[in-house]
Every structure is written in structure tokens, then in C-alpha cells.
Design a protein around this ligand. Structure first.
Ligand code: NAD
Ligand code: MG
Length: 407
């Protein structure tokens, strides 16, 4: 795990023992690439749903103490092969095991990179256990934001955003108000501007949108990501979810957040101050940058990403988003305004609609239609207990499943 690039000019600093929830995914793999560059990081546990082949390779390379497969058959398979290879990694199975490795006393940092609501219980467990939590799994926060932030406030956990926009905002805020709990309005912040690439269909004709395939929707122009978030980027639901994510992370209302289309994905977001100053964070569109920033925070380390050469960049452009083209963004902004269980319902309905689209069950333009129908059939409530949140989540999923099956 050592490398000639190890910290280059920086002196050796604090070491960390890390659990990666969702290590076989896009963010999980990028995290391991950064870790491989720095000998100070030790992989304590890796977790995945059922991808045995990828997990096996990761275990052989990083020799974690634990490997968790949620799927029991996959865990058995992995255990047999690892035993045969003489590995000392212990294999655990099931959702409970995710909690155990997230809150284990030997762990100080947890990368939360499971996709979807499945990531909520282990991410919350890491927060409750006062870990340094690197949050990629935005759905966990959107589904249960108030509760999540209350749990954070009652713990000694440190929450660092991995989502590139929120990581950018974090970097642009005054240092004393970056961590959750401080009022950024008191620091002279006027507004947060989240940038969005606009995805692969920014210029596709509205007629053609109805016919786009999962493969086309997953072909993002600037970022290489998992399939669910790629579809969310294509519908721009991702930006709606990110507005909600920013409200919780930075303690502001949606009126203080603007969304700007920026097709080059070089400016990752901005903070505007009362005096008219705007501070932006720029960089190559490479998730290893926010990952390495958060891993080492408050230090800076080499990420392995390429450096920007602005003279060779095409022009940087910015446009207001078109809510007719992107109805999912409008639904996201409305849920942010509404609060309570509205984001929970939005997230659950979206997960089911996107799954169905990826399986070929519904068309691309059916995604917002299904979500709006689920919303119309449900009543929003205050999201002040885990039971209310679970109920809203389950009910929204059930209605969305019924609607997608009928479609
Ligand atoms: P991915 O689909 O590539 O990987 C998902 C990971 O979660 C895999 O390791 C998978 O095994 C695991 N997983 C899936 N379902 C699970 C379940 N039910 N229980 C336990 N584990 C499960 O996804 P990704 O693109 O790496 O995204 C991960 C999270 O990070 C998402 O919330 C996404 O919105 C967020 N995010 C990703 C990017 C990106 O560039 N990929 C950028 C910003 C935010
Ligand atoms: Mg993002």
C-alpha cells in the first residue's frame, strides 16, 4: 500500500483506520485508489452487496480485517475463495454486519458510499459511534435529514461531504462555519450556488427524451459514476436531491440555494458573500479530489487526479436550468421547500422509478410522472421520528412499485 507518491512534500501525519461501506462501487473504488497512494491509511473493513469478484480482488490487495457481503450466498462464496488463498480477512454476512463494521471501536473513519436508502442504517451507526464520516450516500441524508443532523449534533462525529458540489461549498465557506451546527448566515454568506453539468440530455429534443435508453442515460459527458446516480444526473433529480442535501448540511433554506448549469464541470460550486464576493472551487471532474480532501481534512494530500490546465479548457459556460426540460429538478426543489417527509417520499419514489427505468420497465420521461403520482397519493408529515420516516419511505415505495408495474 505504499507508493512513491506518498504525500510527496508533506511530512507523515495522522494515520487512520477506515471502513468503506460500498467498496465495490464507483466511489468505493476511487477511495481505494486514493488510499493506495498513502501508507498512513489502513483498510479495516470493506463492504458490498453481492459483487464477489470485485470484493475478492480488493481483499487480496488491501487485506482488510473484515469483508462484509450483504448477500449470504455471496459471503459464503467469498469466504471459501479467501480461505483457499490463505487470507486472514474474516467474512461477515448481512445488514447487521454493516452496522458492526461501521461502529467498530478500531475504526476512526467511515466512507459512506452505499447507493440509496440501504446506506442509512450503517451511516447513522457510524455517526452515533462518533466516527469521522465521509458522506457520499446522499440518499441517507435526504431520506432522514432532520434525524440525521440531530444524531450528528448529539455525537462527536465529524461529517464531511463527498458529493463534489457540497465538498466544494465546504471548501468555500469560512473555516469556522464549515462543520454542521454553525449558522453560515452569520458569517456573511448570502447564497450557495450549486453547479450542474446538465447531464447527457441537456440539448436532446423533448420528443426524443421519451425514447432514451438506460445505456444512453448512464453515459454521462463528464463523470463516470454508478448507474443510479447517472440516471439521476440525466433527469437532474440529482440536483434536486443535492439542494435538499445542502439545506441539511449547511443549515440553510432552499431560497438561499441557486442551481446553475455549467456543462464543463470544472467549477464544482460557489459561495456568494454579502459584499458581492463569490468564492468557487475548481478542479478536474474526478471524485478522487473530494475523497482525498475529506480523508485528509484538514490537511491536503495527493489525490492522483490530473491538475487543471485552464488555458487548454474550452470556455466555461453557465446557464439557468430549464424546469420544463427537467421536471425532476422542479419536484426536488418543491420537496425541499415543503420539508418534513416530502424529501423522504421523493427519494423513495425516485429510487423505485429509476430501478424500473434501468430494468426497461418504464420510459425515461415516466420517471417524474411516477414520482408526482406517488406524491399526490401521500400526505406529508413532520419527519421527527424514525418510525414516521420508515412508514413514509415504505408507503412511497409500495405505491411507486404498483404504478411502475402497471405502466
Ligand atoms: P455504485 O452503484 O457504483 O456502488 C454502490 C455500492 O453500494 C456498491 O458497493 C454496492 O455493492 C453497494 N450496495 C448497493 N446496494 C446495497 C445494499 N442494498 N446494501 C448494501 N450495499 C449495497 O454507486 P456510486 O456511484 O459509487 O454511488 C454511491 C453513493 O455515492 C450514491 O449515494 C451516490 O449518489 C453518491 N455519489 C456518487 C458519485 C459518483 O461519482 N459515483 C458522486 C457523488 C455522490
Ligand atoms: Mg454531485
Amino acid at each position: 500500500m505504499t507508493s512513491s507518491q506518498d504525500n510527496q512534500s508533506l511530512p507523515a501525519r495522522t494515520s487512520a483506520s477506515i471502513t468503506i461501506l460500498g467498496s465495490t462501487g464507483s466511489i468505493g473504488k476511487s477511495t481505494l485508489e486514493v488510499i493506495a497512494l498513502h501508507s498512513r491509511y489502513r483498510v479495516f473493513a470493506l463492504t458490498a452487496n453481492n459483487n464477489v469478484a470485485e470484493m475478492l480482488q480488493q481483499c487480496m490487495r488491501f487485506q482488510p480485517v473484515f469483508a462484509v457481503m450483504v448477500d449470504a450466498d455471496a459471503a459464503n462464496q467469498l469466504e471459501q475463495v479467501l480461505l483457499g488463498q490463505g487470507s486472514t480477512t474474516r467474512v461477515l454476512a448481512g445488514e447487521e454486519a454493516l452496522l458492526a463494521v461501521a461502529r467498530h471501536p478500531s475504526v476512526d473513519t467511515v466512507m459512506a458510499a452505499i447507493v440509496g436508502a440501504a446506506g442509512l442504517p450503517p451511516t447513522l451507526a457510524a455517526v452515533e459511534a462518533s466516527k469521522k464520516v465521509l458522506l457520499a450516500n446522499k440518499e441517507a441524508l435526504i431520506m432522514a435529514g432532520e434525524l440525521f443532523m440531530q444524531t450528528l449534533a448529539a455525537s462527536d462525529a465529524i461529517l464531511l461531504p463527498i458529493d463534489s458540489e457540497h465538498n466544494a461549498v465546504f471548501q468555500c465557506l469560512p473555516p469556522e462555519s464549515r462543520l454542521a451546527g454553525s449558522d453560515i448566515r452569520r458569517q456573511g454568506v448570502r447564497r450557495i450556488v450549486l453547479t450542474a453539468s446538465g447531464g447527457p440530455f441537456r440539448e436532446t429534443s423533448l420528443d426524443e427524451l421519451a425514447q432514451v435508453t438506460p445505456a444512453q442515460a448512464c453515459r454521462h459527458p463528464n463523470w463516470s459514476m454508478g448507474r443510479k446516480i447517472s440516471v439521476d444526473s440525466a433527469t437532474m433529480m440529482n440536483k434536486g436531491l443535492e439542494v435538499i442535501e445542502a439545506c441539511f448540511l449547511f443549515g440553510v433554506g432552499p431560497q438561499q440555494i441557486d442551481v446553475l448549469i455549467h456543462p464543463q464541470s470544472i467549477v464544482h460550486s460557489m459561495v456568494e458573500y454579502l459584499d458581492g464576493s463569490v468564492i468557487a472551487q475548481l478542479g478536474s471532474p474526478d471524485m478522487r479530489i473530494p475523497i482525498s480532501y475529506s480523508l485528509a481534512w484538514p490537511e491536503r494530500i495527493n489525490s492522483g487526479a490530473s491538475f487543471l490546465d485552464l488555458a487548454k479548457q474550452p470556455d466555461l459556460q453557465f446557464f439557468a436550468p430549464d424546469l420544463t426540460r427537467f421536471p425532476c429538478l422542479r419536484l426536488g426543489l418543491e420537496a425541499a421547500e415543503q420539508g418534513g417527509t416530502a424529501p423522504t417520499i421523493l427519494n423513495a419514489a425516485n429510487e423505485i422509478a429509476v430501478e424500473s427505468f434501468l430494468r426497461g420497465g418504464i420510459g425515461f420521461t415516466d420517471i417524474p410522472v411516477i414520482i408526482a403520482r406517488v406524491q399526490a397519493q401521500m400526505t406529508c408529515r413532520k419527519a421527527d421520528s424514525i418510525d414516521i420516516i420508515r412508514q413514509a419511505d415504505e408507503q412511497a415505495r409500495a405505491i411507486a412499485r404498483e404504478l411502475t408495474a402497471r405502466n
